[in-house]
Design a protein around this ligand. Structure first.
Ligand SMILES: CC(C)(COP(=O)(O)OP(=O)(O)OC[C@H]1O[C@@H](n2cnc3c(N)ncnc32)[C@H](O)[C@@H]1OP(=O)(O)O)[C@@H](O)C(=O)NCCC(=O)NCCS
Length: 182
């Protein structure tokens, strides 16, 4: 289990989470430039639901990410490497378009991969969702052919609950429940 602790104790400010090697900072204006470059990077986005975004579309996504922290009290984090302060990618909980179950979502820049960072960030995000946020269930989606993400989700305790075709590929849906829930 990854230990985490609040970095900012204030209730007014969304709280950053610190893990062994990472800081998960609630998406904010200061991350905009990095997030726009990230959301436009085909190495990250070509396998994701949103696809590769141009600057204008990426900026709108960043607006929504920042606004969601105010509207829902949870959201996406900028993933920052503690040792270097480098921006590595994003991880967090997206508010659902329908229903009430938050969606675990993550992606890292190519240079940050294969170091266990996605697992570390996702583990802390899930613990935060089930712990302080009190969510009973989390959902996650992946393309059916995204074997890396699927294996990561399964090792985090997510179970396959459905799949559907979309734009020529399959989308798989996973869910995880807090201990003691169902
Ligand atoms: C999925 C992603 C976040 C994984 O990031 P990562 O930091 O490399 O993952 P980790 O280092 O934490 O590894 C997690 C697991 O995946 C495995 N893994 C990671 N990259 C792999 C690769 N290229 N080939 C095989 N296994 C791989 C690791 O071995 C590890 O498994 P293990 O714990 O059983 O050994 C990253 O590949 C990514 O950003 N991909 C594009 C965006 C994406 O797919 N997002 C999720 C779907 S929306």
């Amino acid at each position: 289990m990854v230990a985490f602790r609040p970095v900012t104790p204030s209730m007014a400010e969304p709280t950053a989470i610190q893990t062994e090697r990472l800081i998960l900072e609630p998406a904010a204006e200061r991350h905009r430039e990095n997030l726009i470059a990230f959301l436009g990077d085909p190495a990250v986005m070509s396998v994701r639901k949103l696809g590769v975004l141009d600057t204008s579309a990426a900026s709108q996504v960043v607006n929504r990410m920042i606004a969601q922290w105010s509207s829902h009290g949870y959201g996406m984090f900028a993933v920052i490497e503690r040792d270097t302060g480098a921006f590595l990618g994003e991880c967090g909980l997206r508010a659902p378009e329908q229903g009430t179950i938050p969606e675990l979502s993550y992606g890292l820049l190519t240079a940050a991969r294969r170091k266990g960072y996605a697992r570390e960030a996702a583990t802390a995000t899930v613990e935060h969702g089930f712990g302080p946020l009190g969510q009973p269930t989390l959902v996650a989606f992946a393309r059916g052919d995204n074997a890396i993400s699927r294996r990561l989700l399964e090792s985090l305790g997510f179970e396959l609950v459905g799949e559907r075709p979309k734009d020529g590929y399959t989308v798989v849906q996973y869910e995880a429940r807090a201990r003691g829930e169902g």
